[in-house]
Design a protein. Structure first.
Length: 368
């Protein structure tokens, strides 16, 4: 495949050059089908590290049919790689989900590059939409059991660093996967101890943690000082556009992982949905629990990219935060996230208004 005449995002900048894919990977040159991308941007396929589901289905429901529907939706919308994200549930339920994801792939859907284990090692004080009755103290043996059930798919494990046993958990788990500080009431010092123990990531910055104050910067300040990777939900609901602009300034696109945190309602209309057995209401793009707690988003990562640029973030920074940076943060940048020789030939073509024109996975054009 040859994609010509477009502006290709290579090594963090747009270049007027062709993009070539052969035998499923990016190459220096290729023949075959040709796409004229005149007036368009050619960027790597989007990488979403934190997404629970879409089109009425959730990864917490271990059904091959449902997984297929979710991943097909992602791919149609330019999200070519994801981490299937779990929720705090009963251990047997989590294990059942992880076993179902073991070996899963959908040729017509986004690549499931691993699992984001969001829960159950969280603080009751900052549980957000995580069901409190299933919260647990950090337990490396349980993590190991679940990772074995998944076939070693856990790429990101989340934990509140102030909990008893958390630092020991981080020291052990960080040898297996990336560790993210999440749903935590940790103060600055407690968060820094988590990073020193081996955590390198923060789950949805500003959400599920203490606020940033001048004399108590909490996890937000610690994340900046530790140069951690920081997830940011850029739907305009979870964070004000001014906050998004500030985060890009003090964290930088090379450390920001834009995420959707999408729920089963993504891709659907306003209405009533569920999240880990909890009722979720979506009105005007905002998903909330019965008590008003924001539960997650109703968008996909391509929409987040478009909105973020609309909020004033340079396109190059927004693209980096949706592609290379998240891939690097969980150790999959040798496979996805960049237009680079030898990586999976996954990319998307956007017009000048950032509307989706083509989705390519492994050199194959995906019907829209």
């Amino acid at each position: 495949m040859r994609i010509i005449n477009g502006k290709a995002f290579i090594k963090g900048a747009f270049q007027e050059r062709g993009v070539f894919i052969e035998n499923g990977v990016f190459t220096k040159t290729a023949g075959g089908e040709e796409i004229d991308a005149s007036g368009c941007y050619v960027i790597p396929g989007l990488v979403d590290l934190h997404t629970h589901g879409a089109v009425g289905y959730d990864f917490c429901d271990p059904s091959r049919e449902h997984f297929d529907a979710i991943t097909a939706y992602y791919l149609r919308n330019g999200v070519t790689s994801v981490l299937a994200t779990s929720m705090t549930m009963g251990v047997s339920d989590i294990e059942r989900v992880f076993r179902a994801l073991n070996g899963y792939e959908n040729p017509r859907g986004a690549r499931v590059m691993g699992i984001n284990m969001e829960g159950p090692f969280f603080s009751e004080k900052k549980k957000g939409a995580q069901p409190g009755e299933h919260l647990k103290a950090p337990d490396y043996k349980l993590f190991t059991r679940l990772n074995e059930a998944s076939g070693g798919l856990i790429r990101l494990a989340c934990v509140a660093p102030e909990l008893p046993g958390a630092l020991e958990f981080i020291r052990e788990a960080s040898n297996i996967c990336a560790v993210s500080l999440a749903h935590t009431a940790a103060n600055y010092d407690e968060a820094m101890e988590g990073f020193k123990a081996g955590a390198n990531h923060v789950t949805h910055l500003f959400n599920g943690m203490n606020v940033f104050l001048n004399r108590e910067p909490g996890l937000i300040g610690a994340a900046a000082d530790a140069s951690a990777y920081a997830e940011v939900i850029c739907d305009g609901v979870h964070l004000h556009p001014s906050v998004i602009r500030a985060v890009f300034k003090f964290v930088g696109a090379s450390r920001i992982c834009m995420i959707s945190d999408s729920l089963s309602c993504a891709g659907l209309e306003n209405g009533e949905y569920t999240l880990a057995g909890q009722a979720v209401t979506v009105r005007d793009g905002c998903a909330t629990l019965k008590d008003g707690t924001i539960a997650g988003s109703a968008i996909n990562l391509r929409v987040a990219l478009e909105r973020t640029v609309g909020f004033g973030i340079p396109l190059e920074d927004a693209v980096l935060a949706c592609t290379r940076t998240p891939a690097e943060s969980v150790g999959i940048a040798d496979k996805v996230g960049s237009i680079e020789e030898g990586l999976f030939g996954d990319c998307i073509v956007l017009d000048g208004e950032l509307r989706l024109k083509h989705v390519i996975k492994g050199g194959a054009v995906i019907p829209q």
